[in-house]
Design a protein around this ligand. Structure first.
Ligand SMILES: NC(=O)c1ccc[n+]([C@@H]2O[C@H](COP(=O)([O-])OP(=O)(O)OC[C@H]3O[C@@H](n4cnc5c(N)ncnc54)[C@H](OP(=O)(O)O)[C@@H]3O)[C@@H](O)[C@H]2O)c1
Length: 312
């Protein structure tokens, strides 16, 4: 069995349980490709899984390779895999019930893979799949956002939020976004029509009659969001299921979205990137061996855009 370098955990815990070590190189199964990972995106779910926050709903076996966001090059194809060939440049949000992409190689089902955008490098492509698919599935597939509608996007400067802003603008929506004072001009650069400094202003004092609230924060922010929706509007959360009772009381709809891998949507997203309508903002690039530092940064909750690990 061949070995590779990977960042694995052998137990739940703090950033110190992330170990840069040798691990067996995976072998692609039926309908799978083996990808040489060039860049792995870092997402809050990585440290939530590392810390054991999801252990009741997602039982993992150890050792576990974290990270479910990648860009790389097809190294080999498994039996019955015919969509990609050795040498293809691809990106993916692989199945998060299996070993992830903090590694030199990963085996991924072909259905979860798409050709990477041609106009950007692996670092920027590796920042896209998980966060952008989440934004796409929340505001398009679930909320049905359309041209002329108004959307409030919480944490608009973050990984998911920065993609949601650009997708909503591309669709022709009017975008209101929240961030701290440091990120107000960044929100304007992304295309936000009405940036709100959440430290300075209670958003519910300014915002009225939106068609969609995209909640990426939860807690009090989610609760305070009901009153800004117009009748029949929708609150979509990716953090905590909103209350059906509160939705009914306010005469609005609610939904919780758990993003699913989707190679076909990644193909549409790649076309948007290559046409210049969508970009990945990468704030920090670290070597794979520094995954601990990447988690510490992500856990601070103030990432602008994305953090990416350079693997190849
Ligand atoms: N359900 C799913 O499938 C799914 C998928 C992806 C992500 N998620 C979850 O969604 C959440 C967001 O993910 P992410 O990747 O976008 O996180 P992230 O990139 O770490 O978010 C960081 C951003 O949050 C902003 N922020 C922090 N507190 C805020 C507040 N009170 N109001 C407005 N903005 C605030 C920060 O802006 P400032 O620095 O300006 O404060 C920063 O830009 C995470 O909890 C993640 O686990 C769920």
């Amino acid at each position: 069995m061949e070995n590779m370098k990977a960042v694995r955990i052998h137990k739940y815990g703090g950033p110190e349980v992330l170990l840069f070590e040798d691990a067996p190189r995976p072998v692609p199964g039926s309908g799978e490709v083996l990808i040489r990972v060039h860049a792995a995106g870092v997402n809050p779910v990585d440290w939530k899984i590392r810390a054991g926050y999801l252990k009741d709903s997602r039982p993992y076996t150890f050792p576990l390779i974290l990270g479910w966001d990648l860009s790389g090059v097809v190294e080999a194809t498994g039996p019955c895999a015919c969509k990609f060939k050795k040498g293809d440049e691809v990106y993916s949000r692989p199945d998060s019930s299996r070993n992830g992409a903090y590694a030199e190689y990963i085996a991924v089902k072909e259905l979860e893979v798409a050709f990477k955008p041609k106009s950007i490098d692996h670092i920027h492509a590796g920042a896209i799949p998980l966060a952008c698919l989440t934004a796409w599935q929340a505001i398009f597939d679930t909320a049905g956002l359309s041209a002329g509608q108004k959307i409030l996007i919480h944490a608009a400067a973050g990984g998911v939020g920065s993609f949601a802003v650009q997708l909503a603008k591309w669709k022709g929506a009017y975008v209101i976004g929240t961030a701290s004072a440091e990120n107000q001009s960044f929100l304007r650069e992304l295309g936000v029509d009405e940036p709100i400094d959440y430290e300075e202003t209670q958003f519910e004092d300014l915002v009225r009659d939106v068609d969609v609230v995209f909640d990426t924060i939860g807690g009090a922010t989610q609760k305070r969001s009901w009153k800004v929706l117009k009748k029949g509007g929708i609150l979509v959360s990716i953090v905590a299921p909103p209350s059906a009772e509160e939705a009914a009381t306010n005469d609005v709809r609610q939904a919780f979205v758990w993003m699913m891998p989707n190679g076909a949507e990644l193909t549409e997203i790649a076309a948007l990137v290559d046409s210049g309508k969508l970009k990945a903002v990468v704030e920090t690039i670290l070597p794979l061996a520094d995954a601990r530092q990447a988690h510490e940064l992500s856990q601070m909750g103030h990432t602008r855009g994305k953090i990416v690990l350079r693997v190849a």
